[in-house]
Design a protein around this ligand. Structure first.
Ligand code: RP5
Length: 163
């Protein structure tokens, strides 16, 4: 199966965060592609990527960026595909800048905004599985299995004093 999820990020330096998205997509068996696409440094590439993604079979775009994080919003402006935004934890403002840059979209162009950093990166992959699962029921099954295992792990480790 060719890639269904496009994982893009503003810089190579975002990979330490977005690699958690990739790990979870791997775990769920969802085919994806990864690419550095910068809203500011490669704006023409961003437009081309967003315009062509649908035609290439991509069904969900996960876009991570930090600081003045315009990538998810500009991507959403150029595609009808669902765009999930992951705010990368920036060095100077701890990712609050990234979060506010991504979440405050004007009515009319939505970006589904996740939490700052690793939690958001992991959850973006899980949300992609939820979205894709209607057309590809195997991803709903894997998502269900992941949730059951997660629940069991918590139940099996309920004493916080145990290592
Ligand atoms: C943003 O600027 C990127 O998404 C990255 O989080 C941040 C810093 O980029 P680098 O200077 O590390 O390339 O565009």
């Amino acid at each position: 199966m060719s890639a269904l999820v496009g994982v893009i990020m503003g810089s190579k330096s975002d990979w330490s965060t977005l690699s958690h998205t990739a790990d979870m997509l791997d775990k769920l068996g969802i085919p994806y592609e990864v690419k550095v696409v910068s809203a500011h440094r490669t704006p023409d590439l961003l437009f081309q990527y967003a315009e062509q993604a649908d035609g290439r079979g991509i069904q969900v775009i996960i876009a991570g960026a930090g600081g003045a994080a315009h990538l998810p919003g500009m991507c959403a402006a150029k595609t009808h595909l669902p765009v999930l935004g992951v705010p990368v934890q920036s060095a100077v403002l701890s990712g609050v800048d990234s979060l506010l840059s991504i979440v405050q979209m004007p009515a009319g162009i939505p970006v589904a905004t996740l939490a700052i950093g690793k939690a958001g990166a992991v959850n973006a992959a899980l949300l992609a599985a939820s979205i894709l699962g209607h057309q590809h029921p195997q991803f709903h099954e894997r998502l269900k299995q992941f949730r059951e295992e997660q629940t069991q792990t918590v139940l099996d480790n309920s004493d916080p004093r145990e290592a």
